[in-house]
Design a protein around this ligand. Structure first.
Ligand code: PA5
Length: 441
């Protein structure tokens, strides 16, 4: 089970920048618990994902696993979750007898060109993921791949697996019209809360990860995170700790710092979840991705001595699954020989703690999440824990953590310029603003 250490958030450890137990007394856990229990927002359906039947995902995952390549098309929550599973559980994407995975989550033409030069579509299964079924980036790339599949006389129903809403959207219609293989993202589950749905689990199965292990992890942490007692609930403590840090101590940046290369994409997943869920009505917390030890040599200086506006969330790994001893060389060089006799695992663990202590000594707060190891079970726990914590943080701010109204205007202006019917006015607006640019170099 993951464990969470909040001690460096408290005044005892970090002095005037820290919280006292008393600071938590106004956190209305009753209200939060009520929001959750009454399912005030239908999007809280993500809480039930750990109970899902995975048989269809397993069946299609087995089918996908036979291909040489798996090309995933999606963006936002429809790509960040799958990518963090891939990177955490298959670091070099080279499982024996498993597909090579390509995740195309942008409309950068150079990337797609490169992917297409590497994969033979005859030996490729395409998983197109979009909850809404209409996201421009995903649909544009799908249209390109669709055309190539047709040109190569490949059977769409053998090469395409669609993951989308059970009923709504253009993609569901395409599934029906062309009898395509498909999986359903439960209606109430939004993009950034969907990693433990078929969005992430199909890829997991295709690369040989048992999706039930991920769901078991989520299930095992679920009840703890539903406890109405703040001091017994890690998700309530995490979200209210960071919320209070902003309200009382002006710390509005949340740095996420796992000490594992395999969790770099996990950091990006967290950043989307935290940013898109909480950044509303002039409120929110700004996420900042980083990785230890690498960013100790890049960012730590700023966190130690720069503006006092951050809380660092460390993710420490207890067991890396492997270790490498540092050999007995350079014995005549005092400045280097101290490393001999230790291991890389020891060094990285000590460095993580050293950063935590150094920050605390300088009055800079942090939280440490202790991960026993990076496997499907614990990754499932991390995902579920952060999803619950994020939605609870949203409730503390009094905002809806499940929508993203702020991204609509950019989409509408794009629709206008790309000629979508009904958006003609947006084209005019776009052109008007474009000509207002007054300073170019
Ligand atoms: O969290 C969200 O809802 C968004 O970030 C979506 O994941 C993203 O916009 C992609 O949406 P869709 O899955 O509908 O293509």
């Amino acid at each position: 089970m993951i464990r969470i250490d909040f001690s460096n958030l408290m005044q005892d450890a970090v002095g005037r920048n820290g919280l006292t137990k008393d600071d938590f007394k106004n956190i209305d856990t009753k209200k939060i618990t009520e929001i959750i229990e009454t399912r005030k927002y239908p999007e809280l359906e993500f809480l039930d994902l750990h109970k899902a039947d995975t048989s269809q995902i397993k069946e299609l995952g087995k089918y996908a696993s036979k291909f040489e390549n798996l090309l995933l098309l999606g963006i936002g929550g429809s790509a960040l979750g799958p990518r963090s599973i891939l990177e955490a559980l298959s670091p070099f994407h080279n499982f024996k007898n498993r597909p090579r995975v390509f995740i195309y989550d942008n409309v950068d033409p150079a990337t797609l060109k490169n992917i297409l030069s590497l994969v033979d579509l005859k030996k490729t299964v395409i998983n197109v993921i979009t909850k809404s079924g209409s996201t421009a980036e995903t649909i544009a790339s799908f249209m390109i791949i669709w055309k190539i599949l047709q040109e190569q006389s490949l059977k769409l129903e053998e090469h395409v697996i669609v993951t989308t809403d059970p009923e709504k959207g253009n993609l569901r219609k395409i599934v029906k019209d062309y009898c395509l293989m498909s999986l359903q993202i439960p209606h109430g589950v939004g993009g950034r809360y969907s990693v433990l749905s078929p969005v992430g689990l199909l890829l997991a199965e295709a690369i040989g990860i048992d999706s039930d292990d991920m769901l078991k992890g989520a299930k095992d942490i679920h009840d703890k995170c539903m406890n109405a007692d703040l001091w017994q609930n890690p998700a309530y403590l995490f979200s209210s700790g960071l919320y209070l840090m902003q309200q009382l101590k002006n710390k509005s940046i949340t740095v996420i710092m796992p000490y594992a290369d395999r969790l770099k994409s996990f950091s990006e997943w967290f950043c989307q979840l935290w940013a898109e869920s909480l950044g509303k009505n002039g409120k929110g917390l700004t996420p900042y991705p980083s990785v230890g030890t690498t960013d100790q040599h890049s960012q730590l200086q700023l966190w130690m001595e720069g503006p006092e506006d951050k809380v660092v969330v460390f993710v420490s790994i207890e067991d890396y699954g492997v270790d490498i001893n540092i050999p007995d060389v350079f014995q005549d060089m005092e400045g280097l020989s101290y490393l001999s006799g230790h291991s890389l695992g020891e060094l990285i663990r000590i460095e993580q703690e050293a950063s935590e202590i150094a920050l605390a000594k300088n009055g800079r707060p942090s939280i440490t999440i202790k991960l026993p190891k990076i496997d499907a079970y614990h990754l499932g726990q991390l995902f579920h824990f952060f999803e619950i914590s994020t939605s609870v943080a949203g409730f503390l701010y009094g905002i809806n953590p499940f929508n993203q109204p702020g991204v609509e205007e950019g989409k509408n202006l794009t629709y206008g310029m790309m000629g979508k019917k009904g958006y003609e006015g947006k084209r005019e607006e776009f052109e008007k603003y474009r000509t207002r640019k007054s300073f170019e170099i």
